[in-house]
Design a protein around this ligand. Structure first.
Ligand code: PLP
Length: 383
């Protein structure tokens, strides 16, 4: 019996458990869309946008086809392009810098803070100096709320203000977190998030959204997501994309948003249990003052000298999956190696890339399963 339990695989993210919980309400939401057949721009899209406004406190929400589109659309709306420098942390998912490069602008990679893994204000200042030296025009910064923890938005805002940058918060992993008591979605000019299924608030396909208090920007984004459409449908007034969130995904998200608060509380409990069980064997994630995390990932750092591949393999044989986010920081990747980095290099990003590992994390991780994970982690480190 024990033997059987031990080999049973633990899901890294249990999308099926949430599906079971929502059961009928999801089936009905999907059936309503199937009944009205407005698969594009159906009524659920505006309903979801209103619900996201209420949840985040942002004045405008523009849903779109992915988190990457959300980032790209804001950069397009602001006319970012060749000769412009946009500052991004290097220790992030590639979409952060990719969206910048797609506009023709130059992503300038800066280092992250060793405690929070989020953009380091000192390195950001260095990055701005490097960009100026290279003749680039600093225009924007994209802080990332990595692994679900809010970046230090006040520190970033003051640097951005001094240097005339706009702030685009990459909250693909951070929607549902808060900073100084305020929900993510209202910091900087705009916030981009992703509804990829594995995200804390995920749909059943690709999806994303942009949050802003700027009415003009919101109107431009609405145009960009439909090929740059103007008031006359067939007179396109700017370049755009096909970047709409489809109605089915909106209908699914409306149901998921109803239980999101409850899932946020559950995620925090899971994180607290990990902290109690693992705090003395690995470097557990630490929250900065006044920051909360939505725990998109529970990422620990292994002790110096530990063999990360061996550790992952030891957990895998016990049915416990792990992931490495991210084995290479952006400035170490083939497509991004030629872009500038802040003076002094990016030692923290590189160190994190070599010693982090993420454990299963989701709102439905029960205590017994979590004890099994904790025991396996402790065992793998002591052997
Ligand atoms: C930090 C970050 N930015 C952007 C994205 C892009 O989101 P999407 O996959 O919806 O395009 C992701 C997705 O993993 C992400 O983690």
């Amino acid at each position: 019996m024990n033997q059987h339990l031990r080999s049973e695989s633990v899901p890294f993210i249990d999308v099926a458990a949430q599906r079971r919980r929502l059961g009928q309400s999801l089936d009905e939401a999907i059936s309503r869309v199937l009944a009205h057949c407005q698969f594009i721009n159906g009524p659920e899209v505006a309903q979801l946008e209103a619900a996201l406004m209420a949840f985040s406190g942002a004045r405008h929400v523009v849903t779109c086809a992915s988190g990457t589109d959300a980032l790209l659309m804001v950069l397009m709306a602001k006319g970012v392009g060749r000769g412009d420098a946009v500052f991004c942390p290097s220790f992030t998912f590639c979409a952060t810098g990719e969206a910048v490069a797609l506009t023709g602008a130059t992503p300038v990679f800066v280092d992250v803070d060793e405690m929070t893994f989020n953009i380091d204000p000192t390195s950001l200042r260095n990055g701005i100096a490097v960009a100026k030296k290279q003749g680039l025009k600093p225009v924007a910064v994209i802080p990332v709320d990595l692994f679900g923890q809010s970046a230090d938005h006040d520190a970033i805002a003051s640097i951005a203000q001094r240097d005339g940058l706009f702030v685009l918060d990459d909250a693909a992993q951070g929607f549902g977190a808060s900073y100084k008591g305020r929900r993510i979605g209202t910091f900087g000019l705009a916030t981009a998030t992703s509804f990829f299924p594995a995200k804390p608030l995920g749909c059943f396909g690709d999806g994303g959204a942009i949050f802003t208090d700027d009415a003009e920007l919101a109107a431009t984004l609405r145009s960009i997501r439909v090929h740059g459409q103007g008031s006359d449908k067939y007179d396109n007034v700017r370049l755009g994309l096909t970047a709409r969130l489809d109605t089915m995904q909106a209908a699914i998200l409306i149901e998921k948003l109803k239980i999101f608060e409850d899932e946020i509380a559950a995620r925090n409990e899971v994180a607290e249990r990990y902290a109690r069980g693992l705090g003395n064997v690995v470097a557990i994630p630490r929250l900065a003052n006044d920051c909360t995390s939505i725990w998109a990932q529970y990422t620990v750092r292994l002790p110096e000298g530990a063999n990360r591949d061996g550790f992952a393999a030891a957990l895998k044989v016990q049915g416990i999956p792990t992931s490495i986010y991210y084995p290479k920081s952006m400035h170490q990747q083939t497509a991004y190696r030629h872009y500038p980095v802040a003076d002094g290099g990016l030692p923290i990003s590189e160190r994190l890339s070599s010693d982090v590992i993420s454990l299963p994390m989701h709102a439905y991780l029960d205590e017994t399963t979590q004890e099994r994970i904790v025991k396996a982690v402790r065992g793998a480190l002591s052997s």
